[in-house]
Design a protein around this ligand. Structure first.
Ligand code: NAD
Ligand code: UFG
Length: 339
């Protein structure tokens, strides 16, 4: 079975993907600098699967270390999660984001080229779409200029990977445009473990429910949506992880660079998420309505037909599953991996 290098594999989406890779029989080498994760996530992946993976602590900007990873392991393909993802922080320290996400990705593909490894799956984001597009968003719609530096790094890396694949037919690259990943593995053993105050809705909701935060601020209730609150396409992290295995399979038989949306195709409002969370988990989530958050759009959800048809991928979990699984992870690990 193929040997997959997973950059950023100790993180939220990476750890779930490693688990699915191991269960499917792949060999896995994780390369992560642990800047936003804990190695404990990988210990748990090993115990959940009963299989071993190789962990190497390192930075994607370190070309010498990357060369030795490729020299010491016979890598067949790379799934590239490593990068920084906090939208607000990216406005404060843009160069740190350009360096980790853009320069880091360039270092990685250079090392791949030196090692003659040309199969790559890249973590992109729905944020690359032009804000003027009306949901459901499909892959042929124009990309735009993301309102924040984090989104800008995703757009730039997408574009440079597209140019790279045009210049050399040996490249086979999947750009997976994630919508809003939430949920956790059903065991409750691995999940999202944000440092500090969460930026995203789901970890904030679970931290309020568990008593770590006082109340949820709902950013705006005057959008043109079903109930005035923002609408997003929440996708279970296990479904998202499996999309990477489907993309790997697809890329074995195709050259070039292609983008796929990874979402359920269904938009849910912030209030719907909060109310459904309370209902399925039997807990209250205190909240207040706050002003809109800068840079937010009213509605964003996917047209996911391309991924369903071309990748043989189908999302299996609904919002209730996502909210139950997020809550199980939070309850079993109130302080994340730091217990
Ligand atoms: P995460 O922070 O949990 O995982 C990223 C991992 O990369 C972490 O383990 C971190 O330690 C590692 N890392 C960061 N910089 C590195 C570097 N320079 N060298 C080596 N390792 C490094 O985030 P996640 O939610 O699992 O996201 C994974 C990928 O998916 C990221 O590229 C992110 O931008 C992208 N993405 C995430 C979302 C989301 O909402 N979670 C949405 C769209 C796209
Ligand atoms: N929200 C709140 N309160 C919070 C957090 C979020 O009301 O405390 C609302 C937001 O306004 C939005 C929805 O919940 O309507 C979802 O917000 P998230 O921050 O969870 O997710 P975003 O859609 O803003 O961001 C996600 C990813 C980014 C990516 C972006 C672009 O987290 O990485 O999508 O599509 F860049």
């Amino acid at each position: 079975m193929a040997n997959i290098l997973v950059t950023g594999g100790a993180g939220y989406i990476g750890s779930h993907t490693c688990l699915e890779l191991l269960n499917a029989g792949y060999d896995v080498v994780v390369y992560d600098n642990l800047s936003n994760s804990a190695q404990e996530s990988l210990n748990r992946v090993e115990s959940l699967t009963g299989k071993k993976l190789t962990f190497i602590q390192g930075d994607i900007r370190d070309s010498v270390a990357l060369d030795s990873v490729f020299a010491e392991h016979q890598i067949d393909a790379v799934i590239h999660f490593a990068g920084l993802k906090a939208v607000g922080e990216s406005q404060q320290v843009p160069l740190t984001y350009f360096d980790n996400n853009i320069a880091g990705s360039i270092q990685l593909v250079q090392a791949m080229q030196r090692a003659q490894v040309f199969n790559l799956v890249f973590s992109s984001s729905a944020t690359v779409y032009d804000e003027a597009n009306v949901s459901p968003l499909n892959e042929d719609m124009p990309t735009g200029m993301p309102s924040n530096n984090y989104g800008y790094t995703k757009l730039i890396v997408e574009q440079l990977l597209q140019k790279l694949s045009l210049s050399d037919q040996r490249w086979s690259i999947a750009l997976l445009r994630y919508f809003n990943p939430v949920g956790a593995h059903q065991s409750g053993q691995i999940g999202e473990d944000p440092q500090g105050i969460p930026n995203n809705l789901m970890p904030f909701v679970t931290q309020v429910a568990v008593g770590r935060r006082e109340k949820l601020s709902i950013f705006g209730d005057d959008y043109d949506t079903v109930d005035g609150t923002g609408v997003r396409d929440y996708i279970h992290v296990v479904d998202l992880a499996n999309a990477h295995l489907c993309a790997l399979q697809n890329r074995l038989n195709h050259n070039g660079c292609r983008a796929w949306n990874i979402g359920t195709g269904k938009g849910k409002s912030v209030l719907q998420v909060k109310n459904t969370f309370e209902q399925v988990n039997g807990v209250k989530v205190a909240f207040e309505i706050s002003p809109r958050r800068e840079g937010d759009v009213a509605t964003s959800f996917a047209n996911n037909v391309r991924a369903i048809e071309e990748l043989n991928w189908t999302p299996k979990y609904n919002l209730e599953d996502m909210l139950k699984d997020s809550w199980r992870w939070q309850q079993q690990n109130p302080n994340g991996y730091r217990d």
